[in-house]
Design a protein around this ligand. Structure first.
Ligand code: HAM
Length: 420
């Protein structure tokens, strides 16, 4: 038997209902906030991720799926969505258009991680990227949109952790302070962090191994190193969030695992799940340098991404299945070949009028069809027999009250819609 690759999932049965539900809530919310759907390739030139996510990040160093294609190009399966959207913005000169560009996406990402709960090798993110505005109103919109989508999905006990890395000057000042603070304590951090000290010291702050150590707890905080503009900017973002009624926690240890961030960074955590990295349902931040670094013009960007696999885990825990379960509204029953021909037409008509309809697809006896209709919890049974059909009638049985009535075929759709 061939089995699925490690760290991947099949979505079937009840889980598919939850996936459908998440996708439709996301699409509705994105539309109300006026975000345009963008689709970029699942694979890109490897260089794109080296120059955006960063060569020293864990993702690029250890977790990408890389290969050479038959034309000997270096290709990487996308580990995240931001780099591809920014590449598209530059390549298609979307920056030349006058408005702020607001994009959303929903697709699979690939990271070669050690699989565990909430951590897969193929996973799905929905996310947004807003390009072309540095106004803090956009920071507040993006953070609140992420929160409001999770709220619309009925997820409770969420916490937004927010921080600011500031502009380049602030970041550099902070980096220097952090490096001189950490130097004498290097023997007290894990081997990975000793390596990070050389390549990307900020990442030491969100190390899973060292997170509770005194060294990390007493480390200097980014917010204390923000220059005046960066500090004011951050305070404005927080003020706008308060006006949107969004609660937040300023958390100096949020530095994020990707190198492209500056200014606002944030994560959204489910407090109902145990304290693991897998309870981080989403994260994001501003990346005002990235567009230029990828050979685009001077511009601005901010976005977030949420992991749908992790969201589904939370929805399973709150037992949302019953609320999203699809109901069969009509089950059309027949026995003879002649009745079957009527059934084909009646079933199609009901379906085209938006009525969820099923029929006998296994040549079952009438008794077998009643059983199947019950199993599917069908609301109405449409029972066809030759005699009535000749008079243009069908029997409609309300499967809850068990009342039965003859209805003109021409009026069937209206009858069902009127009674549902
Ligand atoms: P990220 O924090 O790497 O950010 O991922 C965002 C979310 O994707 C995580 O919070 C988590 O829910 C989910 N996720 C990440 N890795 C896995 C995994 N191995 N298995 C399951 N779920 C996972 C980004 O990807 C940035 N591109 C977000 C962003 C957009 N920043 C600016 N714009």
């Amino acid at each position: 038997m061939i089995t699925k690759p490690k760290g991947t999932i099949d979505v079937t049965g009840n889980d598919s209902l939850l996936w459908d539900y998440v996708n439709s809530v996301v699409a509705t919310m994105m539309s109300a906030y006026n975000y345009e759907y963008i689709r970029t390739p699942i694979f890109e030139a490897s260089e794109l991720f080296h120059r955006s996510v960063g060569s020293s990040s864990d993702i690029v160093k250890k977790e990408t799926y890389d290969f050479q294609d038959k034309g000997e190009r270096h290709i990487t399966l996308r580990p995240e969505g931001t780099a591809g959207v920014v590449r598209s913005y530059i390549e298609n000169k979307l920056y030349a258009e006058p408005d702020v560009k607001k994009y959303f996406y929903n697709g699979t990402m690939y990271r070669y991680e050690r699989p565990q709960k909430g951590r897969l090798r193929e996973f799905t993110q929905f996310g947004v990227e807003v390009l072309g505005s540095n106004d803090p109103i956009i920071d507040a919109e993006v953070i609140s949109l992420q929160y409001r989508i999770l709220e619309a999905l009925h997820i409770e006990n969420l916490q937004i952790n927010i921080n600011s890395l500031g502009d380049s000057e602030s970041r550099e000042n902070y980096r220097e302070a952090l490096v001189s603070y950490l130097k004498p304590h290097l023997d007290k951090v894990c081997p990975d962090c000793q390596e990070r000290f050389k390549t990307n010291p900020l990442r030491i702050l969100d190390c899973k191994v060292d997170k509770d150590s005194e060294v990390i707890k007493n480390a200097p905080k980014t917010v204390d190193y923000l220059n005046k503009e960066s500090k004011e900017r951050f305070e404005t973002v927080l003020k706008y969030l308060r006006f949107l009624d969004i609660d937040y926690e300023v958390n100096p240890n949020i530095v994020r695992g990707l190198d492209y961030y500056d200014h606002t960074v944030f994560e959204i955590v489910s407090l109902d799940n145990e304290e693991t990295k897998a309870n981080v349902l989403g994260g994001g931040g501003r990346y005002n340098k990235l567009i230029k670094e990828l050979d685009g013009p001077e511009s601005y960007g901010i976005g977030f991404a949420c992991g749908i696999d992790r969201i589904i885990d939370v929805l399973k825990d709150i037992d949302l299945y019953k609320d999203v379960k699809k109901e069969i509204e009509c089950y059309v029953m027949y026995v003879s070949e002649e009745e079957k021909l009527y059934a084909l037409d009646i079933v199609q008509n009901l379906r085209l009028n938006g009525i969820v309809t099923e029929t006998n697809n296994l040549n079952k006896s009438l008794k077998g069809q009643f059983k199947e209709a019950d199993r599917l919890s069908a609301k109405y049974l449409i029972i066809l027999n030759n005699e009535d059909l000749k008079k243009g009638l069908v029997n409609v049985k309300d499967n809850r009250t068990k009342e039965e009535e003859k209805v003109d075929i021409a009026e069937l759709t209206e009858y069902i819609i009127g009674n549902l």
